[in-house]
Each structure stands twice: as C-alpha cells, then as structure tokens.
Design a protein around this ligand. Structure first.
Ligand SMILES: Cc1cc2nc3c(=O)[nH]c(=O)nc-3n(C[C@H](O)[C@H](O)[C@H](O)COP(=O)(O)O)c2cc1C
Length: 219
C-alpha cells in the first residue's frame, strides 16, 4: 500500500476531472529505432499499484508480451538496480487522486538520461471514462504528467479500466470516495470492476510485434 497522502480539499478540487469508468486506446507517434524485439533484450515492466488492479494488469500484459519480462513493483525496487539491469522498460501506474504514482514519476525523472530511448510503452489503470470529452482530457492529462520527463513518447500507451472494491479501501479513501460519489455522481459509493485481461494481453502482444518489427510505428 503506498503512503501517498492527499487532502480532501485536493480530492474535491480534482473531482471535476473525474467522470465514470472505462478504457481507451491511445497511440502516439514514436521512435523506437534501435530498440529491438529480440528475446536477448532484458525487459522490465515497472509498475505501481495500491489495490492490485495495476499489478494484475501488468501480469496480463506480460502474458501477451510472451518474451522474458520482469515485473517490478517500483515501491520495492532500487532505481540504480533498474537502470543498470534492463535494456527497455514498460511503465504502468494506477491513478489515484493526484494522478499517477509519485514514485513512478520520480523514477522517470531521476533516470531521465539513463532511460533515453528505453521506454517502450506506458499504461495507466484508472476509472476515467475517456469516451466523454472531460474523461478524454483527464486521461490525456495523466499521460502528460507520466511522460513529462521523457524526451520522446513511447511506442505504445494505453489506459485500462481499473477496479474499486469498497471493502478493501482504507478508511481515508472510502470517506473521500463516498463524498465524491455523492457530490459528483449523485449516488452512493459502490464497488466496480472494469479490469479486462484480454485487452491487456492484446496490448502486450501488440508491443511485442512492434518491437520485433523494429519499426518506427505510427510516426
Ligand atoms: C482513492 C482513490 C482515488 C481514485 N481517484 C481516481 C482519479 O482521480 N481518477 C481516475 O481515473 N481513477 C481514480 N480512481 C480509480 C483507480 O484508478 C482504480 O481504482 C485503479 O484500479 C487503481 O489501481 P490499483 O487497483 O492498482 O490501485 C481512484 C481510486 C481510488 C481508490
């Protein structure tokens, strides 16, 4: 469980950007020349999860990727060990009030030089429905923050649906979300699950293909 803290005031201030739930594909222009798809490449999927949906999504991406790939929980990892240990990275983060995980951002900022050309893909796991205009802006905003210290956008980026299980929330999170649901969704907080193994596996398989072809896809 992460230790990030946020105030209710911040939560409500950001609440306008939060709509309901879904997922969306976002393909960006990219340059992955030099990043080969060979199985000899050491690949890490670095992720941050609080309640498990991002961790599970990372596992499904790995299944689709179907090449050796280490799943690395950023909260347990040493940055230097990661920079030195891998040739390319997939980055995944859940989204909570305030956006993606601070330690993921710290990893990308600290590694700005050493990660150049090595970020193959990014994904977020969230509750924002990108089919609406406000949701789309919200998801774009999360990616903007995630990519802020990267020189080039990754080959692939995508948002996946997450999950809330009310009984598993901390008291603080439950209170904050209860207020949010009442105030903005005009309903009581309830559990939901938009995780989707096959979409995440497809993403992993798609990334493998892109890397194997070693093409500057979508550019
Ligand atoms: C306290 C809390 C705040 C959240 N805030 C947002 C948010 O601002 N925007 C969003 O799209 N999803 C939000 N979500 C939904 C999460 O992104 C979703 O639960 C996701 O599965 C979290 O990843 P995890 O299960 O790996 O922790 C929030 C969830 C929680 C528990």
């Amino acid at each position: 469980m992460i230790s990030e803290r946020y105030s209710r005031r911040e939560f409500l201030a950001r609440a306008g950007r939060y709509s309901s739930l879904s997922l969306m594909a976002m393909f960006f222009g990219c340059d992955i020349a030099g990043m080969s798809g060979g199985a000899d490449q050491r690949t890490a999927l670095v992720y941050a999860s609080r309640y498990g949906a991002t961790r599970e999504t990372a596992g499904w991406v790995r299944e689709g990727f179907d090449l050796p790939l280490d799943l690395v929980d950023i909260e347990q990892a040493s940055f230097n060990g990661l920079f030195d240990g891998y040739d390319r990275f997939i980055i995944g983060s859940g989204v909570w009030i305030g956006g993606v995980h601070k330690k993921v951002l710290e990893f990308l900022e600290t590694g700005h030089e050493r990660l150049k050309g090595k970020i193959a893909a990014t994904f977020i796991v969230c509750g924002t429905d990108a089919r609406t205009e406000s949701g789309k802006k919200g998801v774009e905003g999360y990616f903007r923050t995630l990519h802020s210290s990267l020189e080039k956008k990754p080959a692939l980026s995508r948002s996946f649906g997450g999950r809330i299980i009310v009984e598993q929330l901390t008291e603080e999170d439950r209170e904050a979300l209860t207020r949010f649901y009442r105030m903005y969704l005009h309903q009581e907080l309830k559990s939901w699950d938009r995780t989707d193994p096959s979409t995440a596996e497809d993403f992993g398989a798609g990334l493998k293909k892109v890397l194997e072809k070693n093409v500057s896809a979508f550019s």
